[in-house]
Ligand binder design. Structure first.
Ligand SMILES: Nc1ncnc2c1ncn2[C@@H]1O[C@H](COP(=O)(O)OP(=O)(O)O)[C@@H](O)[C@H]1O
Ligand SMILES: [Mg+2]
Length: 379
């Protein structure tokens, strides 16, 4: 039997002659042989060298072979132990079987019998290795499958949620188009304006949903740029102004003169802030009270951070809603919502090492504060 890489083997026998002869034979067979004259020494060597195969005399003074076998198996069930038996060791041999010795070789040791026993041990060790490898592969496969399933589930959820939202908007679009058609037939400019407003609103919503999905589906690195915060604030505000006006909401945007420049991914932060602001518009529009509706968007620079504050006096949130708003697909808006907005906003802000805090009172309104570390532009 040729062995490419030397396999460590421990040989235990109290008779020095037998040890010497067997050590020669085993070394010839290609094993790295350690020897011990008794069970105690054998255990010590075993703990240190961790041989994969142990060949031990069954009857020895002090700790006998069976006790050695028992202790080795207890510590390392994968180690194979071959027992060398003499005349009249039958009861010890039976005990060894119980402790899972792999084979017995009678004294005097015949080389061929020894080789057969060693082969059995090696085969078992190989098989165990293959099983372990197989199990590892299987585990990896199971993990991969679970990940894929998660992915599919979230994809399915997303498609469901989106189609739901788009469907709702399509119904509105139909209604708007019907009104427009009627208005054209009757040549009624008031009805026409009304129809147009409905069509515009639902087209805008559908567009936003699709853009949200596109945004969600693409993982890209941040594209950091230096922006003037005053200009940036104006850009973000301009997206919201008309929507706020359409719902009779007073919208105020302000940026501290001292805020200066900031380094951020403008497209992403823009998208995050618009998502938060749109929710504020929805929250105000939904509020049925008579009070004047108002949204304040303020931008300032505070101890090394840029601070975006979005306050509304809309419907507010209860505790349960508040705890879920950043979850993917969480929406309390039924057909109108996708539950993507704050999930995306939160991700973007985290990518910037920033934080979002939310304070809200049902019936009174909400305040979102986004803070991102201010990186000083190097110029
Ligand atoms: N300013 C706010 N006032 C009240 N509720 C809000 C506000 N912002 C977010 N929410 C709640 O958080 C939920 C999740 O928001 P979002 O992720 O943008 O999804 P969507 O707007 O599609 O519902 C909303 O459905 C709403 O219930
Ligand atoms: Mg939203």
């Amino acid at each position: 039997m040729e062995i490419a890489e030397k396999i460590p083997l421990l040989l235990v026998d109290d008779e020095e002659d037998i040890r010497d002869v067997l050590e020669l034979v085993l070394t010839d067979l290609g094993y790295a042989v350690f020897t011990a004259p008794n069970g105690e020494v054998a255990l010590r060597i075993f703990k240190e060298k961790r041989p994969e195969i142990v060949l031990t005399d069954i009857k020895m003074p002090g700790m006998d072979g069976v006790e050695l076998l028992r202790q080795i198996k207890q510590e390392s069930p994968g180690t194979e132990v071959i027992m060398i038996t003499g005349h009249g060791d039958t009861s010890l041999a039976i005990k060894s079987l119980k402790h899972e010795a792999i084979d017995f070789i009678p004294k005097p040791v015949n080389d061929e019998v020894l080789e057969v026993a060693l082969k059995r041990a090696m085969d078992k060790i190989d098989m165990r290795r293959q099983m372990a490898e197989y199990t590892r592969n299987l585990e990896a496969l199971v993990r991969e499958k679970a990940e894929m399933q998660d992915h599919l589930t979230s994809l399915g959820l997303m498609i469901g949620s989106i189609s739901h939202g788009v469907k709702g908007q399509l119904t509105r679009l139909d209604a708007g188009l019907y009104e427009l058609k009627t208005a054209l037939q009757k040549n009624d400019p008031v009805l026409m304006a009304e129809g147009y407003r409905i069509v515009e609103g639902s087209a805008g919503r559908i567009k936003k949903m699709v853009l949200d999905i596109l945004f969600y589906s693409k993982e890209r690195d941040l594209k950091m740029e230096t922006v003037r915060l005053i200009d940036f604030t104006r850009d973000v505000a301009s997206v919201i102004e008309s929507r706020a006006a359409g719902s009779d909401i007073a919208f105020h945007a302000a940026c501290d003169e001292s805020a200066g420049d900031a380094v951020l991914d403008p497209e992403r932060i823009h998208s995050a802030l618009v998502n938060i602001l749109e929710n504020a518009v929805d929250a105000c529009a939904e509020h049925t009270s008579q009070k004047a509706k108002r949204i304040d968007f303020t931008v300032s620079s505070e101890n090394g951070h840029i601070c975006f504050r979005i306050q509304d006096n809309g419907v507010g949130m209860n505790r349960e809603t508040r705890d879920n708003i950043f979850n993917l697909f969480f929406s309390a808006k039924g057909k109108k919502g996708t539950g993507l907005g704050l999930f995306i906003a939160n991700r973007i802000i985290r990518q910037h090492d920033g934080t979002i805090t939310v304070d809200s009172t049902p019936g009174k309104g909400s305040e979102f504060i986004v803070r991102i570390p201010k990186i000083t532009p190097n110029r």
